[in-house]
Design a protein around this ligand. Sequence first.
Ligand SMILES: Cc1ncc(CO)c(N)n1
Length: 224
Amino acid sequence: MERSDRAAVTVTWLKKHRPIYIGATRHPFTLAIRDGSVDFSSFKRWLGQDYLFVRAFVPFLASVLVKAWKETDDDADVDVILGGIATLNDEIAWFKREASKWDVSLDSIVPQQTNLDYCRFLESLMSPDVDYAQAISAFWAIEAVYQESFAHCLEDDSKTPEALKETCRRWGNDGFGHYCRALQSLANQQLQKASEEVVAKAEVNFLRVLELEVDFWNMSRGTT
Ligand SMILES: Cc1ncc(CO)c(N)n1
């Protein structure tokens, strides 16, 4: 592909891998939240596992911040990522409150294999050998799946149970949507300048994120 054809690499990926993306963002678990049929024990399992995931997401974000600081000239990238880190601080406090509401004891959650696999993937991206283009595009994909999944649960015709709406709003709100578009545009900027090899690696990572997201929803549903 010519450089000029790659104005928005992430848009190309979304078109090319549409069925897989839909599989992650219209998963039976989140569709069950949306139609009100979700089993609360599945929700509680998701809550506990996602808390562990988000804890592992903190050092990953910190590593993306360091890469942005090293590899970009203006402050825009660092500012967007720093905003993400600030949100994560609130998110961890929210998980603790939500868990106590649902009687989920966060201290005794054992990470399931899927979660360990996902955290290991994050760790692989934290290596200094992985460039910023790869890290920021994976970061965007991870956030975008949650944004699309939970925004769908808040549409007018959804029957999301009242007790789950706050969770859906956390990732489905317009502000988070705006943040995801900002990440997507940072990813596009980097991918546009990146070598063919880096773009190819980033596309593999994108697919791996989608696969891990599907596995994560499956785990929450108790089907793995
Ligand atoms: C598994 C997973 N993917 C994405 C997000 C979004 O931050 C999250 N909290 N958990």
